[in-house]
Design a protein around this ligand. Structure first.
Ligand code: ADP
Length: 471
């Protein structure tokens, strides 16, 4: 056996680990950590490369200076040169700057004080500086000097490494701060977003057909969540309006059924109290039959509207001769119209066969002519016409009367179920109606993919025009 999904109630609340807030916070932290990690690592590498590149440039310039000095010295006194280089080495002591001069056999001729032993055997290519044992070293061959064939210049990387270590410290602190702030910020943001969703869940879980006035809060941010709340509220408005309509419809049905039922009951009660003549019993039974008929007609109308709602009106369609339908209907009402002193006649009636349901189309024409007869005073006139227009692909049925007319404000509502316009202008108070006739007409016309319009003027008359496609 399958069971329906249970509604979300406070008892069904998800655990904290599965909340949107928590998951968004974790995702946010991961993304921030990854982005920050890559950025900071890239930054560190960039700074290190820049510092090393600058040092290489300085060393190369120094080496070029040494080269020049060596060439200028030529075969002259080397002491003057080495004194000059010693002074320079002392001047750059904090960088542990050194210089080494080599002879044609690659033997060390002279080196400044503090030159590391470890660089002595290092093989340095002419173009690219290398790192040896914590020192950066560059070497150039010196052409045109009889005694000195190459020179090396170098400096310690210690200061640069200290700078990098300091930068590493800063990067670490920034990383830790980001890792702490990112989840908190993510949680805060996710909480703000989830709050609105929580509101939606809360309101939705408390909704029921008897309590549809609750609406979601609109924060006015104009974001997607606000739009979602708007959409949900709009949906609730429509559901509430629909349910209200249903309630009124049911109340109207109950009201309409009550009147004939009460009449039947009172006729039966009268028949049961005391002795009556056969004629009186006959009259009472006649009354009951009449009320029974009006009950039956009302129930049939309600069923037809239910069928229309379920889109069942057009099952089993057939070719329907509208001319025959219109003429039969006019013949049927001619007698009643004559009794009331109304001139009912047909104008142009074309032959028009359309696909549809004959019973429903007959009911459509009957309802329109019935209304025209009911709402046209003595001496009035009713014209019925049926015009086939093959070019427009439609047939137009018109029922025009010179009756009491309908107020402009009511015209929009006459197709509503159970709507009846002001009856004070009716001369004949015995005119009865359920207020369902025109809503049935509208449903039948819609099922045949047509259109029905009403034009009316108070005191002058009403015209109903029905356009139906030829199919
Ligand atoms: P009813 O059973 O009351 O006639 P309908 O749905 O057929 O119900 O019509 C709705 C209302 O529209 C009527 O109560 C009447 O006020 C108005 N109406 C319909 N047809 C006409 C007409 N031909 N002339 C004047 N009023 C009309």
């Amino acid at each position: 056996m399958t069971s329906a999904p249970a509604p979300i109630t406070p008892a069904h609340r998800v655990t904290f680990w599965r909340t949107l807030r928590f998951r968004l916070a974790v995702w946010n932290a991961l993304i921030v950590a990854l982005t920050a990690g890559i950025t900071l690592a890239g930054l560190r590498q960039g700074v290190q490369w820049t510092l090393l590149h600058e040092l290489d440039q300085i060393l190369t310039e120094d080496l070029e200076e040494v080269e020049l000095a060596v060439r200028e010295t030529g075969t002259g006194d080397l002491v003057q040169l080495t004194d000059h280089l010693t002074l320079k080495a002392i001047g750059h002591k904090q960088h542990q700057w050194f210089v080494e001069l080599r002879g044609p056999e690659d033997d060390v001729l002279w080196r400044s004080e503090g030159t590391p032993e470890s660089i002595q055997d290092a093989v340095v290519t002419a173009r690219s500086p290398i790192t040896v044992d914590g020192y950066r070293v560059v070497e150039h061959r010196i052409e045109g000097s009889p005694r000195i064939s190459s020179a090396r210049v170098g400096a310690s990387l210690e200061l640069m490494q200290q700078d990098i270590q300091r930068l590493d410290g800063l990067v670490l602190i920034a990383g830790i701060l980001l890792l702490l702030i990112a989840p908190l910020l993510g949680y805060w943001l996710a909480r703000r977003a989830a709050q609105t969703i929580g509101d939606i869940i809360h309101t939705a879980s408390h909704l029921n057909p008897g309590r549809l006035e609750d609406r979601l809060r609109i924060l006015g941010t104009g974001d997607e969540l606000d739009q979602l709340s708007h959409t949900v509220n709009h949906l609730l408005d429509r559901i509430a309006a629909y349910l209200q309509q249903r309630r009124e419809y049911l109340a109207n049905i109950a009201h309409e059924l009550r009147t004939p039922l009460a009449a039947v009951r009172s006729s039966v009660e009268v028949a049961l109290v005391g002795d009556r003549s056969p004629q009186e019993y006959q009259d009472l039974l006649g009354e009951i039959i009449e009320q029974g008929e009006s009950l039956e007609s009302l129930v049939n109308q309600i069923l037809l509207l239910a069928e229309a709602e379920a889109d069942d009106l057009m099952e089993r369609t057939e070719p329907v001769d509208l001319r025959e339908v219109a003429e039969t209907s006019v013949d049927m009402f001619r007698g009643v119209a004559e009794v009331r002193g109304i001139w009912l006649q047909t104008q142009r009636i074309d032959v028009a066969v359309i696909p549809g349901r004959r019973t429903h189309l007959s009911q459509l024409v009957n309802n329109l002519i019935d209304n025209a007869v009911k709402y046209t005073p003595q001496g009035g006139r009713i014209d019925v016409s049926l015009v086939r227009d093959p070019e427009a692909g439609e047939v137009t049925l018109t029922v025009r009367d010179t009756g009491i007319g309908i107020a402009k404000s009511d015209i929009e509502r006459i197709f509503d179920r159970f709507f009846r316009a002001d009856r004070s202008r009716l001369r004949d108070p015995s005119v009865r109606g359920s207020g369902l006739g025109l809503s049935i007409c509208k449903a039948i016309v819609a099922a045949h993919h047509g259109e029905i319009v009403c034009a009316s003027e108070i005191g002058k008359g009403t015209t109903f025009t029905v356009h139906l496609p030829l199919g």
